[in-house]
Design a protein around this ligand. Structure first.
Ligand SMILES: NC(=O)c1ccc[n+]([C@@H]2O[C@H](COP(=O)([O-])OP(=O)(O)OC[C@H]3O[C@@H](n4cnc5c(N)ncnc54)[C@H](OP(=O)(O)O)[C@@H]3O)[C@@H](O)[C@H]2O)c1
Length: 370
């Protein structure tokens, strides 16, 4: 508890005081990954002493709390010279609900976290979970120093395509005949996934999100580049019921997909954090298959010292992308979200560094524990 408190004070001072006063105290980590609590339980897990505060008081306190470093990442090495490349996991204190309620406050906190990363001497910073969705264009966050700020969404889309290809072969689906729906199709990840799927050979796409105009613009754009593609788009989530496979990539703070949205034997590949499918729906539809996606298997020598609530050595693709950019020493101009050249660069560099696409079937033990 004393360490948590003194670290938080150190980070507050480094935000307030000039960078040169701190340059000698820090190890000069080269990259930072920003997270946030997924829910209040995450906050209580990390800071158990907060349980003395009522949820209402704690939420107020979290709105006011500054970004802090949570853990150190070890085992990453620079490709160029093999030197150790330390990293840090930072957090802002807002939950997804709080970020959606007050996007301006969320943006201010994220910008403060970028400033803290710069004070730590970071050259690369990745925005995890909701932080990239709230910010929009991560690349614009790089300030005075030449820090690269990434959403990590490109590797998320790239690894998802590899996972989906694998699911197709496991389930005997054919790209030319299968119907694939993308929920959250006008988002940063959803658009890239739709593009890459159409380039792979998917011919029937159902695009679903909240805003009709954006869906129409995106659908027209996709169709103009691929004349054999048949696209349906809708703001009605029940259109999912026609699809063989649903890719869920929304920024909704709670689950959206209900049992009646799934046809018999449907497959759901869920990238969203928090998940777009609830435990209840998964348990109620044994005929369907539910996968957690957007993941990467990380080399075993890299230790993240942070509980992402994922299987051992499995991390979020956005964290993997941040690590790849830092370890490979990419230039700012290389890192252009969704650009074909950047996609190709990641397709080569991520596996060369030992990062492999990963996904797993979501299973819950039955009531009797088996
Ligand atoms: N596993 C990973 O490493 C990883 C990496 C990056 C992102 N993610 C997760 O992927 C998800 C998408 O991220 P993003 O950056 O692409 O978000 P984004 O750009 O903000 O896009 C969100 C999309 O969700 C749609 N949406 C929101 N609420 C909806 C609703 N109720 N019904 C239908 N559509 C809805 C939005 O529609 P409108 O455009 O109409 O508003 C938009 O298309 C997030 O959950 C994020 O945490 C995971």
């Amino acid at each position: 508890m004393v360490k948590l408190f003194s670290d938080a004070i150190r980070d507050l001072l480094s935000l307030i005081l000039p960078a040169r006063l701190f340059a000698h105290f820090f190890l000069k980590p080269v990259f930072v990954f920003l997270v946030h609590p997924r829910d209040m339980q995450d906050v209580y897990n990390k800071y158990p002493f907060f349980s003395v505060l009522s949820p209402y008081v704690l939420k107020l306190f979290l709105k006011w709390f500054w970004p802090v470093a949570l853990s150190e990442i070890t085992g990453v090495k620079l490709i160029e010279n093999g030197n150790a490349l330390p990293g840090h996991v930072f957090t802002i204190s807002l939950t997804p609900e709080q970020m959606l309620e007050d996007k301006e406050l969320a943006r201010r906190k994220i910008k403060l976290a970028v400033r803290l990363a710069e004070k730590y001497g970071a050259d690369v910073m990745g925005l995890g979970g909701y932080t990239s969705s709230v910010i929009g264009n991560a690349a614009e966050l790089g300030t005075g120093r030449d820090i690269i700020v990434t959403s990590g969404n490109t590797l998320t889309a790239v690894s998802s395509i590899e996972n989906i290809k694998d699911i197709f072969s496991r389930f005997g689906l054919k790209p030319a005949s299968a119907k694939v729906a993308i929920l959250g199709a006008t988002g940063s990840v959803g658009k890239m996934v739709a593009r890459l799927l159409s380039e792979w050979g998917i011919k029937n796409l159902i695009l679903v999100s909240k805003t009709s105009e954006r869906l129409k613009i995106f659908s027209d754009d996709l169709e103009s580049k691929n004349t054999v593609l048949r696209i349906e788009y809708s703001i009605d989530i029940s259109s999912l019921v026609k699809s063989d496979l649903i890719v869920a990539a929304t920024n909704a703070p709670s689950s959206l997909i209900r049992s009646e949205h799934l046809k018999k034997g449907a497959i759901v590949y869920d990238i969203s954090q928090p998940k777009n499918v609830s435990r209840e729906v998964i348990l109620s539809r044994p005929d369907c298959a539910f996968f957690e996606g957007g993941l990467v298997h990380s080399p075993e020598n890299i230790v993240y010292n942070f509980n992402f609530r994922l299987p051992p050595h499995v991390i979020f693709s956005c964290l993997a992308e941040t690590t790849v950019i830092a370890a490979a020493g990419f230039e700012k101009e290389d890192v252009v979200e969704g650009h074909p050249d950047y996609i190709n660069l990641l397709r080569i560099t991520a596996p060369a560094l030992g990062f492999k696409p990963h996904y797993y079937k979501i299973d819950f033990p039955s009531e009797d524990g088996n």
